[in-house]
Ligand binder design. Sequence first.
Ligand SMILES: NC(=O)c1ccc[n+]([C@@H]2O[C@H](COP(=O)([O-])OP(=O)(O)OC[C@H]3O[C@@H](n4cnc5c(N)ncnc54)[C@H](O)[C@@H]3O)[C@@H](O)[C@H]2O)c1
Length: 346
Amino acid sequence: MKILVTGGSGFIGSAVVHLARARGHRIVNLDAMTYAASPASLADLQGDPDYRFEQADIRDRAALDQIFAAHAPDAVMHLAAESHVDRSIDGPAAFVETNVLGTFHLLEAARAWWTGAGRPDGFRFHHISTDEVFGSLGETGRFDETTRYDPRSPYSASKAGSDHLVRAWGETYGLPVVLTNCSNNYGPRQFPEKLIPVTILNALAGRKLPIYGAGDNVRDWLHVEDHADALLTVLTRAAPGTTYAIGGQAEARNIDIVRKLCAILDDRRPQGAPHADLIEHVTDRPGHDRRYAIDPARIRDELGWRPSVTLDEGLERTVDWYLANEAWWRPLQTRQGVGERLGRAS
Ligand SMILES: NC(=O)c1ccc[n+]([C@@H]2O[C@H](COP(=O)([O-])OP(=O)(O)OC[C@H]3O[C@@H](n4cnc5c(N)ncnc54)[C@H](O)[C@@H]3O)[C@@H](O)[C@H]2O)c1
């Protein structure tokens, strides 16, 4: 299958591109190369005749039309987005422009190309979304495909808006869309502004490890390679119009994630031990969702997908990846906003 992946130079996109190439799919990666993208993430594919890169912005309809015409993809996997909640608090406009308007332009370009190609049944527009659109859970319960939308940050509201557009293009125009809403991802090549890479890199440098509030916010963690596998499973097997919730069934409080990372680093870099002494509680993020958790029964029962990496094993692998790949992360640390406290709102 020839897949047009948007956002392929980002964290999850690059994992999808690697897995899709390993499974023999041809890839066109469309990415604007924002601050969150790393050319190094896909450097190993340079010279691969079945990997193509198009630097383009999903808000640029003319560029999208030209890329669809040039490559005639069998499917779109749409991951391009502004993705950092803290940045969405400081600058929501970019989130509305890329996540809502950009998705609108991509849907229109896909619809025009699909219509012009005779509306092939096998075509898919796969929209990759987040569990954050469902809001915040209390101590109990889990999100699934029937959960009511209740976004609470500019990021999650913009993703919710894009989800609604995608479903509407399926219902109104018959575009063969599929949607997935996934829990928090972690693993190699995650931009060093998210909890896990920030913790690893600060700890290595002997810097404080900031924890928002008490650190008791709970997330359901999924290794990015398991997410990529779930996404390709949905893309190739799900019926048009369907939605799947994806999660790792690995709930953990932020403070416990940080403590686990510190313990792994105590083992790998004993000269800095105990790294947990660097933990520092800082003012909480405004509107910080308390708990996310996914019930992945539908994707397990209908498509046979389940995660393969346990949280403890995945965290160890992630620490080892950052220790071995300083050349990947070091240049990203000088990018705008990295290492600063963002998203406090005033
Ligand atoms: N990270 C998570 O835990 C998580 C969980 C569930 C869903 N998601 C969703 O998965 C997708 C990918 O997330 P990620 O963590 O890999 O994000 P990321 O920030 O690491 O990567 C986003 C990529 O999109 C590109 N991009 C941004 N704006 C663009 C534009 N206007 N035009 C073209 N390209 C643009 C960036 O250059 C970057 O390469 C997002 O849609 C996100 O909402 C993420």
